[in-house]
Design a protein around this ligand. Sequence first.
Ligand SMILES: Cc1cc2nc3c(=O)[nH]c(=O)nc-3n(C[C@H](O)[C@H](O)[C@H](O)COP(=O)(O)OP(=O)(O)OC[C@H]3O[C@@H](n4cnc5c(N)ncnc54)[C@H](O)[C@@H]3O)c2cc1C
Length: 529
Amino acid sequence: MSEAQQPPRDRLLERLARSPALDLVVIGGGATGLGVALDAAARGLAVALVEAEDFAKGTSSRATKLAHGGVRYLAQGNVALVREALRERANLLRNAPHLVQPLSFVLPLYGARGRWLDSWFYGAGLILYDLLAGGGRLGRTEFLGRAAALQRAPGLRPDDLAGGLQYRDGQFDDARLAVALARTAIARGALVVNHCAAIGLTHRDGKVGGVLVEDRASGRQHTLAASCVVNAAGVWVDAVRRMDRAGRSELLAPSQGVHLVVDRAFLPSRSAVLVPKTRDGRVLFAVPWLGKTILGTTDTPRADLPLEPEPFQEEIEFILGESARILARAPTRADVRSVWVGMRPLVRPPNEDPGDTKALSREHAVLVERSGLVTVTGGKWTTYRAMAEDVLAHCMAGGLLPSRPAGATVALPLAGAPQTSTHALSEAPGLHLYGTEAPLVQSLPGAERELAPGFSEAMVRFAARYEYARSVEDVLARRSRLLFLDARLAAEVAPRVAALLEEELGEGFDAARSLREFTQLAARYASVE
Ligand SMILES: Cc1cc2nc3c(=O)[nH]c(=O)nc-3n(C[C@H](O)[C@H](O)[C@H](O)COP(=O)(O)OP(=O)(O)OC[C@H]3O[C@@H](n4cnc5c(N)ncnc54)[C@H](O)[C@@H]3O)c2cc1C
C-alpha cells in the first residue's frame, strides 16, 4: 500500500480545507454514508465525507452481523426487498471475502407443532428464500431429524426437540467493513475524514450550497462548497435536516436493539441458531462470531438519541429468557462478556413533510428537500450498496450531480480483499481479518506480542497508521472488536493500547484522556446489573 493510496488523516484534512467546490459532500460515516461516498468516487465524482465521531461509531458497528436477505421480510411478503438483499449479499461475499462469509443457520423445531406445522411452514419459506437468491444461492435448505439438528448445532436444548431446518446465509464484521469502505473510497480519491463534524449548512438563494465542518481534534472550521449534500447521519438525520430549516418535523421514530455476548461454550457450534418466533413474536439469533456467541436482539422504541444507549433491564431479561428456551446451558447475567446497543432508524409515515416524499419506501427512505438537501436513512447494512445507487440516482435526477452510469461498485474489491478467505469469521479473530494486508501488519513492530488472543501490538500500530484510528476506543471497539467481545479484557489491555497510540500519533494525542474515556465506556459494556 503506498502513501498516495492511503494518505494520513492530517493530509486529508489539509486537502479538505483547500478543496475547490466539490460535486458531493456526505454527512455521516456509517454504512450508508460510506457507501454513497465510495459509489460517487468510483464514478469519478469529487467527493468528501465527514464523520463526527469514528467510522461506524453509530448503528453500523452494532448490527447482529448478518449479511442476509432477511428471512422475516418474506413472511411480510416483501419479495422484492429480499431479492435485492440477497443480490447484495452475493456482491459483499465476492468483494470482501475476508470480512463477509457464508454461515449455516439451524432453525430448531420443538414439540409436535414443530415436527409438523412449523416444519412445513418454515421449510417452504426457506426453500423460497434459496430460490430468490438465484445464482447467489449458498446451499440448499435441509430438513434435519433430531440427531442431525443436535449434531449441526451442539448446544441446542435437547428436551422436546423434534428436529430442525438448516439454511445458509452470511455474516460479517460490520465495523471493519465500514473502515474498509472508507479506505477504498479514499484510494479512489474521496476525502473521507473521521472525528470531523458537520455543524451547519450554507445556502444560496434558498438552496444548499455547502457544509460547515469542524475538526474535533483542533477545533478548526472550514466551509466545503458542493453542488450536492447528502445527509446520511443515521438516527441523527433530523438534526441535520434542522440545520437546513429550523422546526422541521421528525422523519424518524427510532427503536433500540440490544445484544449480549457470551462464551462459545454456550453454543459450541459452527452454525448459528435462529428462533423464528419469540414469545412476543420477534426473531432472535444466537450467532457464533469472532470466537464468541452473540445473542440478540430486541426492538424497543426510544425517544432520545444517545451515542451510547444503555440497555433496559427488561431487554436483558428477554434475551436471557429466550436463550434459555433454546440452549442446553442457559447463560446468566454473570456469563455476559459484553452488552451493546444499536439504534434502529425507523422511518415515520411521510405525509407530514412538504418535501418530495414519494421516494420513501418501507425499507430505506430517500428524501430530496426543496432546498436540495438529500436525506437517506433506514434500510440495512447488507443493502448499503444498492441504497447508495438509489441515492445517487435521486441526486442525478434532481440535477444536483452530473449523470454517470451506475454499477461502478458491483464488482469493486474492498481494501484488503483476497481472492478467497481460508479462515472462518465465526472463529477467533486474527491476521486473516486483514486479508492481503496481513504481511504489512506482520512487518510492523510488535507483530509477535499479543495483547489478547488474535490481537497484537502491530495491529494497534496498523490501526493508527492505515485505518485512521485516533483513540483507544477507535482501536478496541472498531479496528479490533475486543470491546464487543469481552469488555473486561478490553479494559485490561487499554493502557498498553494508549501507550502504543501515543508513540504512533505523537504530541496531539492525549493518552490519559483517551484511556480514561475508554475505561468508563468498557465498564458500561461489561455491566448488565
Ligand atoms: C440492533 C440492530 C441490529 C442490526 N442487525 C443488522 C444485521 O444483522 N444485518 C444488516 O444488514 N443490518 C442490520 N441492522 C441495520 C444496520 O445496522 C443499519 O441499517 C445501518 O448500520 C445504518 O447505517 P447508517 O450509516 O445509516 O447509520 P449509522 O451507522 O448510525 O451512521 C450515521 C453516522 O452519522 C454520524 N453523524 C451524525 N451526525 C453527524 C454530523 N453532524 N456530522 C458528521 N457525522 C454525523 C454518526 O456519528 C454516525 O456514525 C441492524 C440494526 C440494529 C439497530
